[in-house]
Design a protein around this ligand. Structure first.
Ligand code: ACO
Length: 422
């Protein structure tokens, strides 16, 4: 017998039985029984806004899969470009498809000279690179007018490739400008992650040869950050996309959401917290302070994961690979002691607070020389492929424009009073 729930309106005695499908119940049945009575769900914590076949997440079990493939296997065996293809097209590419896809993305890494010279260089000298990225992504829509043709398959594919290809170029350009270094053009002989590192760090050498262990680490971090189903920035992308905004404008909305410290800025908070703690001798006192309500243990806890974030486990391993090359980040010992102490402490255990993806990622970025301002930018580079997969999916499903309701709690009707009588 199919599972269902029954809702009864106790004012009228009317009841409606709603089947449970794919772990949810349709609001249409609720609305037919209770017209004008809104389902109050601040933060959309219990609302499924869409049906999606991109990413599966089970927060209690600590499971994350892209298109059915466990994140652990993808991090171990795949590349970011292959994962981007998987997210967007639903299947892993064969060799021929992968070569064509890499060629296409590589071909589009350059940005229009006006984006760099007139637009990016017009920012104030101390502009935040994430603020620059948000604006630059939006500005791209004015360079590619065919982007408005969102139901033209060829145009859609072209904008997707352009965005994936140009994000590292824009990100590196924003960094170089913010530290007063000249722009480095893409080197299209290099693979995706190595090309990004070249644009970040190249000085006067004819070719920047990134350390393979660091290139691999960046590629793995890009895989881990490529998608995370209906998070805040993806919801922003879907919301703007549902109004049929072009993909650049929609992605700018997503980038803006990611800029927020509650979303893309948590790894920066971890680095600041570890720096403030300063020594392993201060860890116990810090934990005690958190338990007494003086601040939070940054990089711990997650809205969805009530278990070890599977990405955190992979990142911890990557951290050791990176430190082999860069030397150990001095904050690592504090982080390890903090994690150990928290995982043994009933306060954190009883609240199911485990390390999340951000607990170790900041330490890796810092050891590789990225300034903390670049942390959300590093997150945005790969997340674009997830955002675009969701955008494409919502267009294919021809979803309604996102337009929630509210519970009005303001004044009733009142008469306008002229200013001299107030
Ligand atoms: N340190 C200490 N206590 C915590 C923490 C933490 N990091 N996180 C949650 N708690 C406690 C709360 O105080 C609360 O305790 P109470 O029941 O005694 O009041 C309980 O655990 C539940 O916390 P909520 O705030 O209800 O959990 P929510 O799901 O709303 O918050 C969040 C999730 C925002 C991620 C939270 O765990 C947090 O602030 N973590 C630190 C910041 C962080 O690492 N953010 C990165 C998230 S990952 C990402 O966005 C990529």
């Amino acid at each position: 017998m199919p599972e269902s729930i029954t809702i009864t309106d106790n004012r009228t005695g009317k009841a409606v039985e709603i089947p449970i499908t794919d772990g949810g119940v349709s609001s249409d049945a609720w609305r037919s029984l209770l017209p004008g009575l809104w389902f109050y769900d601040s933060g959309l914590t219990t609302t499924a806004m869409c049906e999606s076949s991109i990413t599966y997440l089970d927060g209690d079990e600590g499971i994350l899969r892209y298109r059915g493939y466990p994140i652990e296997q993808l991090a171990e065996e795949s590349t970011y470009l292959e994962v981007a293809y998987l997210l967007l097209k639903g299947e892993l590419p064969n060799k021929e498809q992968y070569d064509a896809w890499s060629r296409e993305v590589t071909h589009h890494t350059f940005i229009h000279e006006n984006v760099r010279k007139r637009f990016l260089e017009g920012f104030h000298y101390d502009a935040h690179p994430m603020g620059m990225l948000v604006s630059a992504v939006a500005a791209l829509s004015t360079f590619y007018l065919d982007a408005k043709d969102i139901y033209n398959a060829e145009s859609r594919e072209k904008q997707i490739v352009r965005l994936i290809a140009k994000m590292p170029t824009l990100a590196a350009a924003a960094h170089r400008f913010s530290v007063g270094m000249p722009f480095v053009y893409p080197d299209n002989e290099l693979p995706f992650a190595a090309n990004f590192l070249s644009m970040m760090w190249k000085v006067a050498e004819p070719r920047y040869e990134a350390n393979p262990a660091l290139t691999k680490a960046i590629d793995v971090l890009f895989i881990l950050h490529a998608d995370h189903e209906q998070n805040c920035s993806t919801t922003a992308m879907r919301t703007a996309g549902s109004a049929h905004a072009d993909p650049y404008s929609s992605a700018a909305a997503a980038c803006a959401a990611l800029y927020g410290p509650r979303h893309g800025g948590a790894n920066e908070a971890v680095v600041r917290m570890l720096t403030e703690i300063g020594s392993i001798d201060n860890v116990d006192a810090f934990i005690q302070g958190v338990k007494e309500g003086r601040g939070r243990l940054q990089g711990f806890g997650h809205r969805v994961y009530k278990n070890y974030d599977p990405r955190a486990r992979i990142i911890k391993k990557v951290a050791y690979d990176v430190f082999e090359v860069t030397g150990k980040n001095p904050l690592l010992d504090i982080a390890l002691k903090l994690e150990d102490a928290a995982l043994k402490d009933d306060y954190f255990v009883s609240r199911k607070l485990y390390p999340n993806v951000d607990f170790y990622s900041g330490l890796i970025y810092q050891a590789m020389g990225f300034p903390v301002d670049m942390f959300p930018v590093l997150f945005a580079i790969p997340r674009i492929s997830g955002w675009l997969a969701h955008w494409s999916e919502l267009l294919d499903q021809d979803l309604k424009i996102v337009r929630p309701r509210q519970l009005y709690t303001g004044e009733g009707e009142r008469k306008y009073v002229s200013i001299d009588q107030r």
